[in-house]
Design a binder for this molecule. Structure first.
Ligand code: DGL
Length: 259
């Protein structure tokens, strides 16, 4: 049982930012990753469509014997995790924008959040914001167009810089000192964002917290691999496998899978 894999899915290649955190923290764990790139972006779809895609990904990972599933997508988590937890026995780990640490540490009492439309319009996001950021000004910005550029291997492009410039401007004008990355594709933008943001603006994402939570839940369910295990890692995409390989710097086994 313990050697069965951790399953991870995202609307595309963005969740590999979470996969890498999990693999670094838990190097003995076997992992299967699904990049549903054919259906990316999820961010502009209806809640019902997002739910159906999450069900499809979850059932495939369950068929592949996964002992725990990480929903490595803020959009999928905020729209579907309650349903998934109610309807499947396997434990789920979700990811939500890191509003809490940003709200706790801001000096200017103003934070920015960049996420998809699906995340920012979700009930769960508003619940979290009301809970942790009352009295803090939260400037929400939909990252329209960012995910398709990343999925099309245009991470370091003029088009990306232009989009980011447009999205950051109103946040900087209102004096944010934290930028929350509320989409698992966005950590790949950190090199570009660091150049564009003034030094006092801190960038924050949820990757490490998700990895730690994965470890905690595996341990409490007695599902952790405690012995030395040479991890088998497979990343599947139903889109362009080359883009997945590029973002992973060809370091892992990948394959095309029609799902
Ligand atoms: N990676 C995703 C997220 O964390 C979804 C992006 C999308 O498909 O729109 O929200």
């Amino acid at each position: 049982m313990m050697k069965t894999p951790i399953g991870i899915f995202d609307s595309g290649i963005g969740g590999t930012s979470i996969f890498k955190e999990i693999h670094t923290l838990l190097p003995n764990e076997n992992i299967i990753y699904l990049a549903d790139s054919r259906n990316a972006p999820y961010g502009n779809k209806s809640q019902e469509e997002i739910l159906q895609l999450c069900i499809k990904n979850t059932e495939l990972l369950i068929r592949k014997n996964c002992k725990l599933i990480v929903v490595a997508c803020n959009t999928a988590t905020t729209n579907a995790i309650t349903y998934l937890r109610t309807n499947y026995e396997v434990p789920f780990i979700g990811i939500e924008p890191a509003i809490k640490p940003a709200a706790l540490n801001t000096q200017t009492k103003t934070i920015g959040i960049l996420a998809t439309k699906g995340t920012l319009s979700s009930h769960l996001f508003h619940k979290t914001t009301d809970l942790y950021a009352s009295g803090i000004k939260v400037i929400e910005q939909v990252g329209e167009g960012i995910v398709p550029l990343i999925e099309n291997a245009m991470l370091d492009s003029i088009e990306m810089e232009t989009l980011l410039d447009r999205y950051l401007e109103p946040m900087l004008a209102q004096n944010i000192d934290f930028l929350v990355l509320g989409c698992t594709h966005y950590p790949y933008l950190i090199p570009m964002l660091s150049k564009m943001l003034p030094e006092h603006v801190k960038i924050i994402d949820s990757g490490l917290a998700v990895a730690k939570q994965t470890e905690t839940v595996l341990a409490s369910n007695k599902l952790l691999i405690t012995s030395n295990n040479k991890a088998s890692i497979y990343l599947y995409s139903n889109g362009n496998i080359q883009v997945l390989n590029t973002i992973l710097k060809n370091q892992f086994d990948t394959a095309y899978l029609d799902f």
